[in-house]
Design a binder for this molecule. Structure first.
Ligand code: PLP
Length: 526
């Protein structure tokens, strides 16, 4: 492809992308193809001769689009969002153009320096304690994902624990230290609330240590409490095991619960060797709001904090911002410098080499999209973006409450996510009908909130689970909206979160109407 051909192709691609976004709401959010559809559309061998760009470009609509799940559609309300924006796409173009896997500072100094600057900006925008800044002993590094961040800090936690133990035992001989390190590692346990994302358990597999989940509070929207943490720690240490790592969360995947940091901090004081990591993959974006400052300030409790700008803060996948209070904890665990990686700047200790803060060696120029996003929106723009979705979450919950004959709120809107269940046939709906017939007042709203609770009568719970699953299936099969179902404490629930840049009130109202229609159908048939 010549320069001129590139220009022409790029201009038409940009036009196509703009057309895609401006007509996105007309597309079905989930594809209707069957597994293996693409095998049938593509030749079984790569072409022998190169093809013209026009032929390749045509296949986007005919071969690629049928298999796309449209995460950017305003009708996408599943999992968590994965925001995409034009400034971020432009940054990705530049990043691709300047491709330089800048593992060492000298490999492309701006890749490192911009990353340090924008992550300090971001730490301040989020209101994190100053200890997380590069100007203190900490700093930020961009990882590919929140899962990668957990693996990175878990390995650092493991090595910090082992090093401290060897120091306490005064072991300095390298071979003796290695043998003893293996013994210490064999007793280590990583911890997370039962509601912590599965990436913590996966990281423990990768780090080669045990993992134990801690029961979350049933009365506090499934948050982890200090009391349950202490109980688990005492149980493990009584067995001769060594807890060395704990994930706490701002915004769990199921319900967007925030763990109880005050009570956890009181317990953590008694276990200073445990590395605490805060997984704020999705909801961390909401720390841009001044009303959430108290959460950011509580992060002085944790050794590391991670949030995905690529979920809710307008940067395209991938941009997971990991902050640590002590960068030396990362570099001590992950720095290996063979002769071919040495250079005068590294040797002089003048520069940051981010290869020592991550698992891979090479790295992309991801700071550019964070820079473009922070400059395009400014702090006020980011706040308006988050507030818009928080309001949409509240609107959805209000709509759900207006039909308490059909639905119950399992957990109220938190960071734009509302989790609902469909009432059992003989639940609230029957109560309302009985009450109307007897001329009594129906149960007050507060009680209707508890129609489906884990402690509810088992038969009622079973019926509600069946009804909720049936409603979810109807929505899923229609493919007009994409929602996620989950099971929490034995309760089948539907998660609704509308938080991508194209989200609008009219779509929230539409999805609610679909849910009402489906619930009425299911409850009438029951
Ligand atoms: N943590 C939480 C709370 C999540 O909800 C998710 C994914 O949705 C993750 C971690 C994993 O994110 P990633 O895909 O960036 O690894």
């Amino acid at each position: 492809m010549t320069g001129q051909q590139f220009q022409d192709a790029a201009i038409s691609t940009v036009n196509e992308i703009e057309r895609y976004y401006s007509t996105l709401s007309e597309r079905s959010v989930v594809p209707s193809i069957s597994p293996g559809y693409l095998q049938k559309l593509l030749p079984s061998e790569a072409p022998q001769q190169g093809e013209q760009w026009d032929a390749i470009a045509q296949d986007i609509e005919s071969k690629i689009m049928p298999g796309v799940t449209h995460w950017q559609s305003p009708k996408y309300m599943a999992f968590f969002p994965a925001n995409s924006t034009y400034p971020s796409i432009l940054a990705e173009m530049w990043s691709a153009a300047l491709t330089a896997p800048a593992f060492n500072w000298i490999c492309s100094p701006v890749v490192t320096e911009l990353e340090t600057v924008v992550l300090d900006w971001l730490a301040k925008v989020l209101g994190l304690p100053d200890a997380f800044l590069s100007t203190a002993q900490g700093g930020g590094v961009i990882q590919g994902s929140a899962s990668e961040a957990v693996v990175t800090v878990m390995v650092a936690a493991r090595e910090r624990f082992v090093t401290r133990q060897l120091e306490r035992e005064n072991i300095t001989d390298p071979e003796e230290a290695e043998d003893r390190a293996c013994e210490i590692r064999s007793k280590l346990v990583a911890l997370g609330s039962e509601q912590a994302h599965s990436s913590t358990k996966k990281a423990a597999i990768i780090a080669g240590t045990r993992y134990r989940g801690i029961t979350a509070s049933r009365t506090d929207d499934y948050a982890l409490t200090g009391q349950n943490l202490r109980q688990k720690l005492e149980e493990l240490t009584a067995k001769g095991l060594q807890p060395y790592y704990l994930t706490v969360s701002i915004g769990t995947t199921n319900t967007c619960a925030v763990d109880d940091f005050a009570s956890i901090a009181a317990v953590a004081k008694d276990y200073p060797d445990i590395w605490i990591h805060c997984d704020a993959a999705y909801a961390g974006a909401a720390l841009v709001l001044p009303g959430n400052r108290h959460l950011a300030q509580q992060m002085s409790l944790v050794d590391s904090f991670d949030m995905n700008m690529h979920k809710w803060l307008l940067a395209n996948f991938d941009a997971s911002a990991l902050f640590v209070q002590s960068r030396a904890d990362l570099t001590r665990a992950l720095s290996i410098t063979p002769a071919y990686l040495r250079n005068q700047f590294t040797d002089a200790g003048l520069v940051t080499d981010y290869r020592d803060w991550q698992i891979p060696l090479g790295r992309r120029f991801r700071a550019l999209k964070i820079w473009f996003v922070l400059r395009t929106w400014g702090v006020e723009g980011l706040q308006a973006h988050i507030r818009h979705h928080v309001r949409l979450g509240e609107l959805f919950a209000e709509l759900v409450r207006s039909r308490s004959d059909l639905f119950s709120i399992f957990t109220p809107p938190a960071f734009a996510l509302t989790v609902i269940t469909v009432n059992a046939r003989k639940g609230r709906r029957a109560d309302l009908e009985d009450a109307a017939q007897n001329g009594e007042d129906p149960r007050p709203y507060e009680e209707s909130q508890k129609v489906v609770h884990p402690q509810a009568d088992e038969k009622e719970l079973e019926a509600a689970n069946k009804a909720t699953e049936a409603v979810y299936k109807i929505i899923d099969e229609r493919k007009e909206f994409f929602l996620t179902s989950t099971v929490i404490g034995g309760v089948f629930a539907i998660r609704v979160v509308s938080a991508n840049p194209l989200a609008e009130e009219k779509y929230v109202r539409q999805v609610f109407e679909e849910l009402v229609e489906a619930a009425e159908k299911v409850l009438t048939a029951a």
